[in-house]
Write a protein that binds this ligand. Structure first.
Ligand code: URA
Ligand code: ZN
Length: 366
């Protein structure tokens, strides 16, 4: 990597390492990879909403999903110096309990090794063996500290199966806080398909991806706030995908609903010491800048601060539908939003593009 004072860092960028791809190919229910004759090309089906005729069943899955050299190629095309890669959804959520520990060790070691092929250019968020139970998870968190390139963990919204407000998750959040490993919170499950109505299949991916994903994240974090997770584990650090879903926009409304809730008041939960939604946004939360517009990004910046927003791409998702090669519109839109919101060439822009990630994820230490 050329020496530069203000590197560009992509903190929202995924891989399915080769062993995970092999696992998906061996399956026939979601998540799976297979071809649909007469076409021989492979398709990745990970969301119930895309296991339909209208979405041609999932998405084409090419080498950009698993070949780390393609990640580097993509980074070079888009002037990205460093990527913090993460296993894409649905991670290991679906793995049987007795296989979880081994699966997580294998994937985390493999991703760490991939990073080692490009020292200084690749770091990673690890995957937890969620279905394995608390002890297995805490053990893997301890092991992660020994993996050179791991800088946090990626987590979905189901936790141990009961959501992120589940008290049984507290020791895991505590272990992550103690290990100084931030959580990259990422949606996968969206909202129940009944929400989208009878004609949802006519609209491809749009409703579950544009609305289901962000609302899933918003709901998950709001439940954590309501459950008092950020009072119990006060230094827990979370990076929220897609600029926090709709959390920055809805924070005022959530806060007002809390303050006007007689049930919470009677339960003694509104007194002194309560962290407000705004407190949590400014002390516990970082937001990626994967929101594709200046308007959304400005809300994120106002809610959490310009020192807490970080560039991302969501590669390999959202490739151009037609043209091959060259720059991706999805990436350029996010670059433009950062420039528009913070000013081209400003130190705030440089921070959002990479400086914040360097500091928060300790990317200077190789
Ligand atoms: N982005 C992701 O990370 N996952 C998806 O399933 C779609 C977009
Ligand atoms: Zn993503």
């Amino acid at each position: 990597m050329a020496e530069t004072k203000s590197p560009i860092v992509d903190i929202h960028t995924h891989v399915y390492p080769p062993s995970y791809i092999a696992l998906l190919k061996s399956r026939s229910s979601i998540p799976y990879i297979r071809s649909f004759p007469p076409s021989s090309s492979l398709r990745l089906v990970i969301l119930p909403a895309e296991d339909t005729e209208s979405t041609s069943r999932g998405r084409p899955v090419g080498s950009e999903y698993y070949d780390i050299n393609k990640k580097i190629e993509f980074m070079d095309t888009h002037s990205i110096d460093i990527s913090v890669i993460s296993l894409a959804n649905p991670w290991l959520d679906w793995v049987p309990a007795d296989e979880a520990a081994k699966a997580a060790e294998g994937i985390n070691d493999e991703v760490n090794e991939e990073c080692g092929k490009f020292p200084g250019r690749l770091f990673a968020f690890a995957t937890l063996p969620l279905s394995g139970g608390k002890d297995v998870i805490v053990k893997e968190i301890a092991r992660l500290k020994k993996l050179k390139y791991m800088r946090g963990i990626i987590l979905g919204t189901t936790g141990l199966g009961k959501g992120l407000d589940d008290p049984e998750l507290l020791p895991i959040f505590q272990a992550l806080q103690d290990a100084k490993l931030p959580i990259f919170l990422h949606p996968h499950y969206g909202l129940p398909s009944s929400v989208w109505g009878e004609r949802a299949n006519d609209y491809g991916h749009v409703l579950p991806l544009a609305l289901g994903f962000p609302l899933e994240t918003t709901i998950a974090v709001t439940k954590m706030i309501l459950a008092g997770v950020f009072e119990t584990v006060p230094d827990l650090q979370m990076i929220l995908a897609h600029s926090g879903g709709t959390l920055p926009f809805l924070a005022g409304r959530i806060e007002s609903c809390i303050e006007h809730d007689a049930h919470l008041k009677a339960a003694g939960k509104l007194g002194k010491g309560r962290k407000t939604v705004w407190d949590v946004l400014k002390k516990n939360i970082y937001l990626d800048a994967v929101v594709y517009s200046e308007v959304g990004l400005k809300a994120a910046i106002q809610a959490s601060g310009e020192d807490r927003v970080m560039f991302g791409t969501d590669h390999p998702f959202f490739p151009p539908l037609e043209e091959e090669g060259g720059k991706w519109a999805s990436v350029e839109t996010n670059y433009e939003a950062i420039k528009g919101a913070l000013g081209g060439g400003s130190k705030e822009e440089r921070a959002a593009l990479g400086g914040n990630a360097m500091r928060v994820l300790n990317l200077d230490s190789k």
